[in-house]
Write a protein that binds this ligand. Structure first.
Ligand SMILES: Cc1cc2nc3c(=O)[nH]c(=O)nc-3n(C[C@H](O)[C@H](O)[C@H](O)COP(=O)(O)OP(=O)(O)OC[C@H]3O[C@@H](n4cnc5c(N)ncnc54)[C@H](O)[C@@H]3O)c2cc1C
Length: 356
């Protein structure tokens, strides 16, 4: 948006240690649909537009007071800084997770979990969320349902048990309708859901929960505890683990510094669709600042999330967290038609962002 609307008036520098982007939901495709990391990666080199400089380096430190970052090749300083470094995973916070379980929330983890999933033919699989908040609240439920599908496809479902545990009381608390539909689906598919449970450690073949419950497992698919990247915490801008922002504007308390996406606490779930909406609001504010235009409308916290229900069906939940007096999450029942809509969602972003 900055390049297109004010590209001749601003210099935009995009810093990322990765050289490509991939949709979060591609992790499920890598675990269950044989997708490779290469096939789901969209290279940033396609993003470079007039006025945009891509710096493919690690940010080593952030100075929020001077709006500058240190990378291996020096200091970058801006009139505006947008922190969008996402959330990191703290595997060590759940001792034994790295040694005795798997995690599928990173791209490398999803790639590595594909083998154990393919080799799982009998016994107990536990999908375990190790802390909250976590990205894309429906994703652990999607994982349990897609695992059930995969086992059915291979003719071994009856030899396997699937349990989904999470610290939250229901699968998607902001949308009771979505939670109810997921619970009905779990029941129909023989998946056990246990809410209000947080693993404190894993031992070989055993997960131990905060309340003392122990569950034996043959396959543990974990969602590690999340936290802001260390470089963001070290900058001193975080409170309670993440960057506090004014939800309407995504402004932090530091002049000219915004934060969007999973790294921020903007009163919306940690999901890509909210990162996208928040980034648009920031871009509009910067454009208004450059052109002397009016302040843009506030971030409305509205977005639609697609949920894999298994058996090739997809549901959609339309979330509105900030525009009205209440947080709402309207559920649209799973269908084959919504599969096409999710596919269109992906291709429209690929075209818009990467020209692909
Ligand atoms: C299994 C799964 C399924 C999901 N499904 C969906 C879905 O269907 N819909 C949805 O909306 N969301 C979904 N999500 C969530 C979504 O992926 C994230 O919420 C989204 O990617 C957050 O965007 P972000 O820009 O805040 O962070 P990220 O996408 O994590 O981007 C952060 C970027 O910062 C870079 N970075 C970090 N630290 C540094 C550093 N020190 N120096 C330089 N660069 C750095 C990283 O390389 C990365 O490119 C899913 C997530 C998972 C795990």
């Amino acid at each position: 948006m900055l390049a297109e609307e004010v590209g001749d008036q601003v210099e935009v520098t995009l810093v990322d240690r990765n050289d490509s982007f991939a949709f979060g939901y591609s992790k499920l495709d890598m675990m269950f649909r044989g997708a490779s990391l290469e096939s789901v990666s969209l290279p940033y080199s396609k993003v470079v537009k007039p006025g945009v400089t891509l710096v493919n380096e690690e940010i080593r430190s952030i100075d929020v007071a001077s709006r500058s970052v240190e990378t291996d090749s020096g200091t970058l300083e801006g009139d505006v800084m947008v922190i969008a470094l996402g959330a990191d995973y703290d595997l060590a916070a759940t001792p034994g997770l790295a040694e005795h379980g798997t995690e599928f929330y990173s791209f490398a983890g999803a790639r590595d979990a594909a083998g154990p999933v393919a080799g799982f033919n009998s016994g107990h699989a536990v999908v375990g969320v190790c802390g909250a908040p976590f990205k894309c609240p429906p994703a652990p439920s999607e994982c349990a349902l897609m695992l059930s599908d995969e086992l059915t496809r291979r003719g071994v479902r009856e030899d396997c048990e699937i349990t989904l545990t999470m610290p939250l009381g229901s699968p998607v608390p902001p949308s009771p309708e979505t939670s109810a539909a997921l619970m009905a689906e779990f029941e129909a598919r023989g998946i056990t859901f246990r809410g209000g449970m947080r693993p404190v450690r894993l031992e070989p073949g055993l997960v131990v929960y905060e309340d003392g419950t122990e569950l034996p497992f043959d396959l543990f698919l974990g969602i590690p505890r999340h936290r802001a990247p260390e470089v963001v915490i070290d900058s001193g801008i975080t409170e309670h683990g993440y960057v506090p922002v004014e939800p309407a504007t995504l402004k932090t308390k530091f002049e000219g510094v915004y934060a969007v996406g999973d790294v921020a606490t903007a009163e919306v779930p940690k999901a890509g669709v909210f990162a996208e909406g928040a980034a648009r609001v920031v871009a509009r504010q910067v454009i208004a600042q450059v052109t002397g235009g009016d302040d843009p409308p506030p971030f409305d916290g509205k977005a639609s999330c697609y949920i894999e229900f298994g058996e090739e069906r997809i549901a959609r939940v339309d979330i509105d967290f900030l525009s009205g007096p209440e947080k709402t999450g309207e559920f649209n029942a799973p269908s084959q038609a919504l599969r096409q809509e999710k596919s269109d969602f992906g291709s429209s972003r690929r075209a818009r962002w990467f020209g692909l």
